[in-house]
Design a protein around this ligand. Structure first.
Ligand code: NIG
Ligand code: FE
Length: 424
């Protein structure tokens, strides 16, 4: 313990503490009248009853406390919204036809190329402020709206810079294979060979990314093309993630198993046989029910997957096209009401399972040895997270033992990096 014998922080008077267990169970551990002791950035003790003393105390006032959330799939850097496209889709236009006609993702590519790094950084800051207010402390972010060397690098440099400025920890993914940009016509193979693969080597070599992703979907990239991207990723030292069977099946789920990806995402149209392969390969299924909701498509088979023994995480897919939903709590509610997940399963899916799919095994659980990343809810029971969609239920966010956000209070948050201490 640092300093004297006393630990740094006690969070006490916790009406309900709800957390995934550190092991592989879906069951939630629930306790009453609890406390959590944090020293440095780590949890050192969790108990019930009279808490031991600490240098600082935070009274939860009988409210519920849960682990902070991780969002394992976002496209949070983009140049402009696409509300007009949403209106067209509500009147019957098809998402993939819009893309085939040069709109959709490609509209966002044009808008993102046109923005400066400063403009993209300031809009990313705004999005992260909202995510933080929804309880997210760890967030995956993909490139893929630049689609040439200059603008993919611009996006990734923005992610790296904002990561050092904002308390939400960003986990960058290279998604050069998001769509084929207009200057390549229909030469997807040439685009992969001459743009995606060399750039992937470069950004991996510079340490700008942790993962590589590809949109494996009929009309975008085939399973063979996706395999080429994921193989090269592995050679560059990056683990794969994949947009698999998002709208139509095309072998993406099988490919995720074959390539031992960190995650296979979407899976709305994934065949059961391939999902069993995913389970056997230990690949996390990252489900994004906000996308099914916004595109009015059938939801992924979450209940079947969990019963079959898959590891399931939930994410927003936050992006200006298929899913502009930024609130991971709303995604939990969709998981429960539309995919028959239990509320407990939705909490595990956005905490421990989401963090693990991002290689962050140090968080998402309230137990000794995990990071002190916690939320005090404006509710007596974690069930309110799915029971009251849309309500601003995050009262306080504690990151690595430091209270960094309080709803309605203009907190000057401290930077995550130790050493550069900000105001507390
Ligand atoms: O996950 N499918 C590809 N990418 C995103 C959508 C991006 C966009 O519509 O701009 C997705 O749905
Ligand atoms: Fe996506």
């Amino acid at each position: 313990m640092s300093g004297e014998e006393m630990p740094d922080l006690v969070v006490h008077n916790i009406g309900q503490l709800a957390t995934a267990s550190p092991d592989g169970e879906w069951n939630l551990q629930l306790s009453k009248d609890g406390y959590v002791i944090i020293d440095g950035e780590m949890i050192v003790e969790v108990g019930e009853g009279e808490p031991p003393a600490a240098r600082d105390a935070l009274d939860a006032g009988g409210r519920a406390v849960v682990p902070a959330f991780s969002d394992p799939h976002t496209h949070a850097v983009f140049g402009a919204w696409r509300a007009q496209e949403f209106d067209l889709r509500l009147r019957g236009a098809d998402y993939k036809n819009i893309l085939a006609g040069g709109g959709g993702i490609l509209e966002t590519v044009a808008a993102t190329r046109a923005k400066s790094a400063d403009e993209l950084a300031s809009s990313l800051h705004e999005h992260l402020d909202v995510m933080l207010s929804c309880g997210v402390l760890t967030c995956e972010v993909k490139s893929g709206y630049g689609l040439d060397r200059e603008h993919e690098l611009k996006m990734l440099e923005v992610v790296s810079r904002v990561d050092s400025e904002h308390p939400v920890e960003l986990i960058p993914t290279f998604m050069g294979a998001h769509a084929v940009p207009p200057e390549w016509g229909d030469d997807a193979d040439g685009f992969i060979r001459e743009m995606v693969l060399p750039l992937m080597d470069e950004v991996a070599g510079r340490g700008l990314v942790e993962y590589a992703d590809v949109f494996c979907e009929p009309g975008v990239f085939t399973a063979d093309q996706s395999r080429t991207v994921l193989r090269a990723a592995r050679e560059a030292g990056l683990q794969g993630r994949i947009h698999a069977d998002e709208m139509e099946p095309s072998g993406g789920t099988q490919l995720a198993a074959d390539m031992n990806c960190a995650s296979a995402d979407h899976l709305l149209a994934a065949p059961e046989e391939e999902l069993r392969g995913l389970r056997d390969a230990g690949v996390t299924a990252v489900l994004l029910p906000g996308t099914a909701f916004m595109l009015q498509k059938p939801y992924a088979q979450a209940r079947w997957m969990i019963d079959a023994g898959l590891t399931v995480a939930l994410g927003t897919d936050f992006n200006p096209g298929s899913c502009p939903i930024i609130d991971i709590k709303l995604i939990m509610a969709l998981g429960a009401t539309q995919m028959s997940m239990t509320p407990a399963e939705t909490l595990v899916a956005v905490t421990r399972n989401a963090a693990r799919s991002l290689g962050r095994t140090d968080r998402g659980v309230i137990a000794p040895g995990f990071r002190g990343d916690l939320l005090v809810l404006e509710a007596p029971d974690y069930l309110h997270l799915v029971y009251r969609p849309g309500a601003p239920l995050v009262r306080q966010v504690i990151q690595g033992g430091r209270p960094i956000y309080e709803r309605g209070v203009d907190v000057t948050y401290a930077y995550r990096t130790t050493g550069e201490e900000g105001e507390r």
